[in-house]
Design a protein around this ligand. Structure first.
Ligand SMILES: [Zn+2]
Ligand SMILES: [Zn+2]
Length: 156
């Protein structure tokens, strides 16, 4: 449990306090195929109490290992997310930030993981990683298309 102590904040209304957590990925229930998380999430949370509510702002960062959607290589991605919440704390002694961190992870997660924005990917024919080496398939492919075109022209 990663908790913000409400009682402590109530002692000084309007005063911002900072809480730092290192949250183990296993406690966030993030199991996803092709994703590895080796380090704990670093979470910095600013919180203040006022008028029966706690205002929280969190900054979440983690290094996650992803698989590139184009060339299938593994790469390290610096995930960054955050949250802002205003929570009624009537009768509560602590606020758990685990779920907020979990949500931040999903909003910070790239829709299309790429090892590099210009990743060339794998050749669809021979499977060569085109970032490493230019294969000959592209040229052959063009030759083949010209051949098809020539055939069509010959038919007429
Ligand atoms: Zn790639
Ligand atoms: Zn190829």
């Amino acid at each position: 449990m990663y908790r913000i102590p409400v009682e402590q904040l109530k002692e000084a209304p309007g005063q911002k306090r900072v809480y730092n957590f290192a949250i183990d990925a296993s406690s966030l229930d993030l199991a996803e195929e092709g994703v590895t998380i080796d380090e704990p999430f670093r979470v910095r949370t600013e919180a203040a109490y006022s008028d029966g509510k706690v205002f929280m702002r969190g900054f979440v960062s983690a290094k996650v290992g992803l698989v590139c959607g184009r060339c299938l290589s593994s790469f390290s991605y610096p995930l960054a997310g955050g949250f802002e919440e205003e929570i009624e704390v009537e009768g509560r002694t602590a606020l758990d930030v685990t779920e907020l961190v979990r949500e931040s992870y999903f909003t910070g997660f790239p829709l299309k993981p790429l090892c590099h924005p210009d990743c060339l990917g794998l050749c669809p024919r021979c499977g060569e990683d085109l970032n490493q080496k230019q294969c000959d398939c592209r040229r052959e492919h063009l030759d083949h298309r010209l051949l098809v075109l020539k055939k069509l022209l010959d038919q007429n």
